[in-house]
Design a binder for this molecule. Structure first.
Ligand code: ASP
Length: 317
């Protein structure tokens, strides 16, 4: 095996991955981008392997993306939407893990509203587990697809300045991106009102700004985050109108960034709340559609690594 290969059994987060691990996934995914643009996209690499998408929280794009990725590689893909009973979350999770494990899947893709739940589930099963988002903790494939999108457009990650703006407090996308971009030598800023930043956020290795004009000054990438109202208990912003006025991305705020700065958003977007439609749909500057395309390629790479190399076999470490 390639000495730079990704050697972990699971993909639970970006935290703990080396630049070599990340680079290996991105290089593999790069090849899948071309395959996905061909008429004949189906490969048999994972024929006979079973992928179960187990989503304890709603998802359209991530679940579909993993499903498309698995099917393009020839795996059997099963989608499970599991309702979480708020009273018996722990028990439900372990029970579900044991039930799924008994079906001998090769890869489980899991999303859960609680931070740490996917790790807990991974400890109970014999197969590889990919975290498709756990609470406000991590969403590693999102950060990998964002990195691939940036790398293909800018030719590098190291040395770029990336501003991650908005609801950092509730965002697993922000946490995974901060870890990945720091590992790859980019400079990371967060731009948000104080109420939407975690305590001691600077310990994550970011520069902190509370004003868009200052935070976006001379950045290469502006990454907007969705206001995650479903994770808010109480009032974090006065009103969505006022939020857009101070923190929503429009051309006026974008002027502070480099003239060739690019715009990203993990989706789903709240248009008119964290991002204006005209910038979101700007085909020269917005990478939002490319992010979705890169998502499939990155997930194919992750599935190849997880199922192809390890599957139900012994873990390398
Ligand atoms: N789709 C991303 C996530 O699952 C971002 C978002 O929902 O705002 O975390």
């Amino acid at each position: 095996m390639d000495s730079h290969a990704y050697r972990h059994r699971h993909l639970l987060g970006i935290e703990g991955l080396t630049p070599d691990d990340i680079g290996y996934v991105l290089d593999l995914a790069d090849g899948y981008v071309d395959i996905n643009r061909e008429a004949e996209k189906k490969k048999s690499l994972l024929r006979g392997r079973t992928l179960i998408n187990c989503f304890f929280e709603n998802s359209t794009r991530t679940r579909t993306s993993f499903e498309v990725a698995g099917k393009r590689l020839g795996a059997d893909v099963i989608n499970m939407a599991v309702a979480v009973s708020s009273m018996r979350k722990g028990e439900t999770l372990i029970d579900t893990a044991m039930t799924l494990n008994a079906m001998h899947p090769d890869v489980l893709v899991v999303r859960h509203p609680e931070s740490g739940a996917v790790q807990l589930l991974a400890e109970k099963v014999d197969c590889a587990v990919i975290n498709a988002g756990d609470g406000s903790h991590e969403h590693p494939t999102q950060a990998l697809l964002d990195a691939l999108t940036i790398r293909r457009r800018k030719g590098k990650l190291g040395g770029l300045t990336v501003a991650i703006c908005g609801d950092v407090l509730h965002s697993r996308v922000a946490r995974s991106n901060i870890a990945l971009l720091n590992a790859m030598g980019a400079r990371v800023r967060v731009v948000a009102p104080r109420t939407l930043l975690p305590a001691a956020v600077e310990h994550l290795g970011v520069e902190v700004f509370h004003d868009m004009a200052e935070g976006l000054r001379d950045v290469d990438i502006v990454m907007m985050l969705r206001l995650q109202q479903e994770r808010m208990h109480g009032s974090f912003v006065p009103s969505t109108r006022e939020y857009f006025h101070f923190f929503g991305l429009d051309y006026d705020k974008l002027k502070a960034a480099k003239p060739d700065a690019l715009i990203m958003h993990p989706g789903p977007m709240n248009r008119g709340v964290e991002i204006g439609s005209e910038v979101a749909d700007d085909i020269d500057r917005s990478l939002i559609r490319q992010q979705v395309e890169m998502g499939v390629a990155v997930r194919m790479a992750c599935l190849e690594i997880m199922a192809g190399n390890f599957g139900n076999g012994p873990p390398i470490q």
